[in-house]
Design a protein around this ligand. Structure first.
Ligand code: ADQ
Length: 490
């Protein structure tokens, strides 16, 4: 029988709080992005803890106070791992974002394989592991998140610290031919075998991982079938599974049903004179395929001039990694493309592409999801893509269409009812858009109803349950919620 697990401890690069200075004063708010969206409801009021970096190289008492206040409101403990600027540069901007991020998204030509990055990545992982060792006990389940922290179990074990560990990779795992290009491939894959459970977004990612593992460590034998399998390393075993992450479906659907959000959605439609709306929503990142998407819109208008003036494409891009040159260049490229397409096709009273470069509050984002007739979710490669699922949850009228990249993890679950496209094939995307813009109500409803059913059933709580079940034979409800619990299970 499994020993009792007392607490759930999440470890990620960033704490789920974003700090910024305004007029000399620090302010704090809940962080954005897929990871926080997914995990904050899981820890709330269940006696959990979140360990991570606060996002600053110089943490003052004022910041500590803000974090303590945030923690009290969030309903779980926070524990910070302080990092210096050099550490952030080497481990975060360097190894995580210039090596692993592009490599794991199959974009190896963007990688900078710098040995200094690798050393700093190891140093910082060791530092994280020291905090994890100090802040946790053998009764905790330590759930490590994402590609920044792949060496946690390895360092905990090398310190002689026994913990039950699970690791979840939010981004894809590349095919063996691409993974093999990593100069530190053996050490990295060996470190992953030290977790008790390694989770991926899709079965294909899991296969890519076991494929690379068997090439590099031929003693590894994979046993079992289904979404979770066992890997036998000779002297020990660990488990590997596919756990497609999801969203809090009910929360999105409920926001979409609120009268003020429905009104805002109507206002958006009215401002665009009830033309069809095609929507893109992404972090501004080169994996999301935003330039290719805008070119697809250009192709759509060139091939089908009858569509002139009959739809608007709205691209919402949330600023991301703004300090990095590559991201600055991408922003310029997107802005130029928007200008070019609008310059080519606008006429009095109609501008085809609307572009917003900012963070949107949840209500406003949901209003856009509800107003849109078609979501165009076309990453070049994506671990999952929560936007695709959020869009379905918000379509309470079930009268909309999801056009989805076949290279998003979400395609594995949604392929039957999303219209799948290859984001590199701009003619193909244009054709797909032309076709779905002409779908009748019945066809739209048939597909959207099934998409929503799929996301509702396989929601974020299902994701947590399936991971915990595989990791420690427990479910989320086994970590009892306190009286102040503020949300309901979906
Ligand atoms: P991300 O790459 O951040 O996540 P995604 O899954 O699409 O990608 O999540 C983005 C989140 O940001 C969504 O929750 C969305 O609502 C929010 N967002 C986007 N634009 C916004 C805006 N302008 N204003 C406010 N919020 C906005 C990583 C992986 C993904 C994986 C997730 C979860 O890259 O593949 O799905 O983690 O595992």
């Amino acid at each position: 029988m499994e020993p009792a697990v007392r607490r759930l401890v999440v470890v990620s690069n960033r704490l789920p709080a974003a700090l910024r200075q305004e007029g000399g004063e620090w302010r704090i708010k809940a962080g954005g992005g897929g990871l926080v969206t997914a995990l904050a409801p899981v820890l709330r009021n269940r006696g959990g803890m979140w360990i991570g970096w606060a996002g600053l190289s110089d943490q003052t008492a004022e910041v500590d106070d803000l974090l303590a206040k945030f923690s009290a409101e969030a309903g779980y403990e926070l524990s910070t791992v302080p990092l210096t600027q050099d550490e952030v540069d080497g481990y975060y901007f360097g190894f995580s974002n210039e090596v692993i991020w592009p490599l794991f998204h199959d974009l190896q030509t963007r990688c900078r394989f710098d040995a200094r990055y690798w050393r700093m990545y190891l140093d910082v992982n060791f530092k994280f592991a020291e905090v994890v060792a100090r802040q946790t006990t053998q009764d905790d389940y330590v759930w490590i998140q994402d590609y920044h922290l792949m060496h946690q179990a390895f360092f905990l074990k090398s310190m002689g610290v026994k913990r039950k560990t699970g690791f979840f990779l939010h981004i894809p795992f590349p095919p063996p031919d691409i993974f093999m290009k990593l100069p530190w491939r053996w050490k990295l894959i060996q470190a992953l075998t030290e977790f008790d459970l390694v989770g991926f977004q899709t079965i294909q990612d899991r296969r890519n991982f076991t494929g690379s593992l068997q090439r590099l460590m031929p003693e590894a034998k994979v046993r079992g079938r289904g979404s979770v399998v066992t890997v036998d390393m000779g002297n020990r075993t660990f488990r590997v599974g596919a756990f497609p992450i999801s969203i809090d479906y009910n929360q999105f659907a409920q926001i979409a049903e609120r009268p003020e959000v429905a009104r805002e959605a109507f206002n958006i439609k009215e401002a665009l004179r009830h033309r069809k709306i095609i929507l893109g929503v992404d972090r501004l990142d080169y994996t999301k395929g935003i330039p290719e998407r805008i070119r697809s819109i250009q192709t759509l208008l060139r091939r089908y001039p009858d569509l002139m003036g009959r739809f608007n494409f709205i691209q919402i891009a949330v600023p991301s990694r703004e300090e990095v040159d590559e991201y600055k260049d991408l922003r310029v490229e997107i802005e130029q493309l928007v200008g070019r397409v609008n310059g080519e096709f606008s006429f009095p009273g109609w501008v085809p592409v609307h572009y917003h470069y900012r963070n949107f509050p949840p209500d406003q984002l949901v209003a856009y999801y509800s107003a849109a007739d078609t979501a165009l979710v076309t990453p070049l490669r994506d671990g999952m893509n929560l936007v695709a699922k959020e869009y379905c949850a918000c379509n309470v009228t079930e009268d909309e269409v999801l056009v989805l990249s076949e290279f998003a993890g979400a395609a594995a679950q949604l392929q039957r009812d999303a219209y799948l496209v290859n984001p590199y094939d701009m003619e193909g995307v244009a054709k797909a858009l032309h076709r779905v813009l002409h779908w009748d109500k019945e066809e739209r409803r048939r597909h959207m109803t099934r998409l929503r059913d799929q996301v509702r059933k396989n929601n974020i709580y299902w994701w947590v349950d399936s991971f915990l079940q595989a990791g420690i034979s427990k479910r989320l409800d086994d970590f009892p919620a306190g009286e102040t619990m503020t949300y309901e299970r979906g």
